[in-house]
Ligand binder design. Sequence first.
Ligand SMILES: Nc1ncnc2c1ncn2[C@@H]1O[C@H](COP(=O)(O)OP(=O)(O)OP(=O)(O)O)[C@@H](O)[C@H]1O
Ligand SMILES: [Mg+2]
Length: 238
Amino acid sequence: MTSTLEADVMLRAERLAKSFVLHNQGGVTINVFDGLDLEVRRGECLILAGPSGAGKSSLLRSLYANYKPQSGSVLVRHEDRVVDLCAAEPYEVLEVRRRTLGYVSQFLRVIPRVPTIDLVTEPLTTRGVDPAEARERAGTLLTRLRIPEALWRLPPATFSGGEQQRVNIAMTFVQDYPILLLDEPTASLDVDNRRTVTDLITEAHEAGAAIVGIFHDAEVRAAVGTRSYDLSANRQAA
Ligand SMILES: Nc1ncnc2c1ncn2[C@@H]1O[C@H](COP(=O)(O)OP(=O)(O)OP(=O)(O)O)[C@@H](O)[C@H]1O
Ligand SMILES: [Mg+2]
């Protein structure tokens, strides 16, 4: 099957439905969204809006193929072709994540024993960037995100919440992903770091990235958003 996307469209969800069956709660079903359509173009930053529980994080995870929607498709422009992540083989999903689709979750999934600088350098070296240059770029980004150099050799497991979040952001933003999915990346940051991350996001979409993001902070939303999508309308009664 070949799917197509209009020239500028980087990601399109079509008729997406996601529900959860709570087996340990007597099989109660939560219908999170149904018939959901959205698309994001190059250079856009689409804000997912809606109250707590509206399904914003579930949608982002579905776009990243972390959650498997019950129906619909998630079409992603990957290099010179279009991949439907809902139908793709696991190896294809990994390939799309490696090169095309970056995801920043609210919390760092801590990787034991790997030094911070290696976590941020590795995505570049695996893409063939010269190791010295990769380390240089990783260091520049960690400095910009105010991670003290004394911490670079340590694994982030013992870092503060905000430090872990900034390492998480660095691991994604060190690459120039064509598509970025951001789930409250500024939630645990102070004002200065929030501004730095706001700048990184703005630079990314001005350079052409297509971004879908969830931001609690109204100032951040106003600074980075080019359009918003309200999920409340898609919430289905259980
Ligand atoms: N893994 C899961 N298993 C069962 N239910 C889930 C799961 N993930 C999400 N849900 C349910 O789906 C609904 C939407 O949750 P989701 O986390 O997507 O909301 P949200 O809009 O991101 O909210 P918030 O603003 O509080 O982060 C909630 O009712 C939640 O309980
Ligand atoms: Mg959420």
